[in-house]
Design a protein around this ligand. Sequence first.
Ligand SMILES: *Cc1c(COP(=O)(O)O)cnc(C)c1O
Length: 397
Amino acid sequence: MLSSAEVIKKTNRFSAQNYAPKEVVIERALGVMVYDPEGNSYFDMLSAYSALNFGHRHPEIVAAAKEQLDKVTLTSRAFHNTVLCDFCEKLCELTGKELTLPMNTGAEAVETALKTARRWGSFVKGVPDGKQEIIVCENNFHGRTITIVTMSTDSSARDGFAPFTPGFIKVKYGDSDELESAITKNTVAFIMEPIQGEAGVVVPPEGYLKKVREICSRNNILFVADEVQTGFARTGKMFACMHEDVEPDIYVLGKALGGGVMPVSAITANRDILGVYEPGSHGSTFGGNPLSCAVALKAMEILVRDDYPKQAFEKGEFFMQKLRAIDNHHIIDIRGKGLLIGVEFDTDAVPYVKKLIHNGVLAKETHERTIRFAPPIVASYEELDDALQRVRKAFTA
Ligand SMILES: *Cc1c(COP(=O)(O)O)cnc(C)c1O
């Protein structure tokens, strides 16, 4: 087996440099722990940006995958498979919507939501095709396609990728007045993250989601919630919109939906919105494949059975309380909901990330000064306590 140093060297030699990974090589993993080729262990506090809510290799999800591997893995949507119907039913039930459209990655689900909103605008609302406008938030993260980076305000995500897609208007996140003033007769949708994850765990002011809902309804525009990172219990509710008892028109979902095993994404909405598709108008070769559906179905069953929202809420309180007790005057803010937590420093956070890794905790900075903690929701209190002792050591040394 290659050593960590050899793996890093070889990866850098043969892979494009669109990432700069921390110098940790993961060879295997189970639950909250990952291990490098030398046998060093680390507590995973990033959880693949919330895709690992169930921890690594959750035994029931792995068993569901293995069982499906022995039956059929891929059919394409040219034919039916026996698992897609159960997957769609379960996701409709969880989100309280009538229809599901399955894709694979978060970015594809976002693209699907944008296409749906434009079609709904043209076919249902009566906006002339080609005139549809979609309002987005500053500092958003919705993925990496050309259209999605059009929506971004981050120059490193945009530089050199022009020409961009027309039809997007940017407003300040958390400011409902700005949203309202940006609406025109051609506006079809507003897309937002209920908590901005990549921007540094930015929680909007209390009442914002409710106001957004009200403004969207009054102006006949679709409220699209990108819950790819916040969904499936991460923030202490099944979906983060539920913190304000708000129901978006379209849910955009991904990451944890795949149970940490497969890329699985989807959007859900009612028939008056998702009914705009006829056969041939949109699709994906791998979207809704039986292996993905089997894995996601099992993940959703576990989520409900083991009350992950309650677990994330209670463990989040515990975690936040312990973080607040850490004495470091460079920490200027600790924020978040459930187990999606950001610690902001008044200085560069990268040296602290290095210290965390040195102490056996995997985490990563977002935007230089904030460290995101998003441990797997399956983490036990003993495991969290142990990890927090390491965090304290790293932050006070
Ligand atoms: C990660 C993320 C995406 C993109 O998902 P990919 O699977 O990486 O394409 C979209 N929206 C949000 C909020 C995300 O956090």
